[in-house]
Design a protein around this ligand. Structure first.
Ligand SMILES: NC(=O)c1ccc[n+]([C@@H]2O[C@H](COP(=O)([O-])OP(=O)(O)OC[C@H]3O[C@@H](n4cnc5c(N)ncnc54)[C@H](OP(=O)(O)O)[C@@H]3O)[C@@H](O)[C@H]2O)c1
Length: 243
């Protein structure tokens, strides 16, 4: 399994693609190709975020934003495997239900509930110990407003279109931290160790790559549309004629 050299313009919508050595790792023999295609980015990101950068401890309350998406579905499962209590935030009843099926203890439908109030309620007023944030914007603000004392907000991405710049004074008042997470900054030997850790949990049956749908190559536009309109759950896989 691999990540393409996409930031240098080498994408993956092709029968042959240029991959990055640092992000190319063996897939277990018994893992289906579609699941392998969904696995590396979400789980390597979840490990670097939750373990390396976030220091998530068993028993902590973990809030996952964008929880039904590609990175979110992995963070739910890895968070559970690491012993955290997982509170998933997603848009819509169906997505919230899917998050519970993936192992979340609580699912917040942000279309019906205010994120800050719902996180406070779900944590008995304490707030979130760790927030996994691939969304940014108002969702991140909602979670920061419900951060626990000594909480960590893991900044993964900005699917909403922009990051949220939290007020420094608010963070100081809670002894809280905004923590940058970027998988691309780590070396191959370190990422190989991370890969072994997540594959070990896959072999134990604790985590799975979430294949939302497998689509033929001529439906690439439909896949992109589903991501843009927030209909997709997990990862979408494109099957080329050679795969
Ligand atoms: N730091 C790193 O190393 C790293 C690694 C991997 C990915 N990322 C970044 O993480 C971000 C998320 O990746 P992903 O694979 O999880 O994406 P995804 O599968 O598209 O999921 C993102 C989720 O964000 C929510 N969302 C909120 N506003 C949205 C909008 N305007 N358009 C689309 N979705 C919106 C949606 O949830 P609801 O509809 O349920 O609200 C959606 O399920 C991206 O910015 C990506 O570049 C960073």
């Amino acid at each position: 399994m691999a990540v393409t050299s996409f930031f240098r313009g080498h994408g993956g919508f092709a029968e042959e693609a240029v991959a990055l050595d640092v992000a190319t790792h063996p897939a277990p023999e018994e893992m289906e190709a579609a699941e392998a295609a969904c696995f590396a980015i979400p789980y390597h990101t979840a490990w670097i975020g939750l373990v390396t950068r976030g220091q998530l401890a068993a028993g902590e309350d973990l809030v996952v934003l964008g929880a039904a998406g590609g990175t979110g579905t992995a963070a739910i499962q890895l968070g559970r495997a690491l012993g955290a209590r997982v509170i998933a935030v997603a848009g819509g009843e169906e997505k919230a239900k899917r998050c519970l099926e993936l192992g979340a203890d609580v699912a917040i439908d942000h279309r019906r509930e205010d994120i800050t109030t719902a996180i406070r309620e779900a944590t008995g007023g304490k707030g979130a110990d760790v927030v996994y944030d691939p969304v940014g914007g108002d969702a991140c603000k909602g979670a920061v407003d419900a951060i626990a004392s000594e909480g960590r907000v893991l900044i993964i991405g900005y699917a909403s279109g922009g990051y949220y710049d939290a007020p420094t004074a608010q963070l100081i008042g809670r002894n809280a931290s905004m923590v940058g997470v970027y998988v691309g900054a780590y070396t191959k030997p370190y990422m190989s160790e991370v890969h072994d850790e997540v594959i070990a949990r896959w072999r134990e049956g604790k985590i799975r790559g979430v294949v939302g749908e497998v689509l033929p190559f001529d439906r690439v536009p439909d896949a992109l549309e589903a991501l843009a309109t927030r209909e997709a759950v997990g990862k979408l896989v494109i099957r080329t004629s050679g795969s």
